[in-house]
Write a protein that binds this ligand. Structure first.
Ligand code: MG
Length: 212
């Protein structure tokens, strides 16, 4: 089994909220970009237990790029007790709060990607204000609440280099299929004139940063 196939199989076996076809599309679009522009700086918002970090990490390693994987690791609103995507096994007995960081670390270590996928632990907005490095690839897959989704869009998308990639997860055209904010920031990216649509797979959208 090739190194990439091994990582994609590990990704599929990792808990998370990314269907296989969307994960493979994430890998393929990041890989195609990385093959043309190796050695890049990539960042994902929303890490959970490391599933998408393996799909992206497989592409990052193959192109000598680095993926920052950003999360406060306390779960989004829909992951809290009483909500639809709550997982009691992720509660830290120390303080009774959700904590996905140990699971994320185990995922990255098991995949032997610790020199390719670098964890950033904290609130997205705070990290963004102190992160000056331009981004070649940005994957937005954080909280679905309006405030956090718009903050991710406003703070991070200006950092994408011309020709770089913006990928957004959980973009549902039909409100019956899921929440609005990821769809709204996708529309805003198109309306801004800064991004052109490249591809779609399920709820994943891939855009290219236009030359300014
Ligand atoms: Mg998602």
């Amino acid at each position: 089994m090739s190194r990439v196939d091994e990582l994609l199989a590990l990704a599929e076996a990792t808990p998370g909220f990314m269907p296989r076809d969307e994960g493979l599309a994430l890998y393929e679009h990041a890989r195609a970009y990385g093959d043309r522009s190796p050695g890049g700086t990539w960042l994902e918002i929303g890490a959970w237990c490391g599933k998408s970090a393996l799909y992206l990490g497989a592409a990052a390693q193959a192109s000598a790029s680095v993926l920052y994987s950003l999360d406060h690791h306390r779960g989004s609103e829909e992951n809290q007790p009483g909500w639809e995507y709550f997982d009691a096994s992720l509660v830290d007995p120390f303080d009774g709060r959700l904590n996905t960081l140990p699971s994320w670390q185990r995922t990255i270590a098991r995949a032997d990607l610790e020199s390719t996928v670098i964890g950033l632990v904290g609130p997205s907005q705070v990290v963004a204000r102190h992160f000056a490095q331009p981004l070649d690839v940005l994957f937005i897959d954080g909280g679905h609440g309006a405030r956090v989704a718009w903050a991710d869009y406003d703070e991070w998308t200006p950092k994408i280099v011309a020709g770089g990639r913006l990928m957004i997860h959980d973009v549902f055209v039909d409100p019956a299929d899921g929440g609005r904010p990821p769809y709204e920031i996708y529309c805003a990216a198109l309306d801004s004139g800064r991004f052109a649509p490249l591809a779609a797979q399920g709820s994943l959208r891939v855009l290219e940063r236009c030359a300014s």
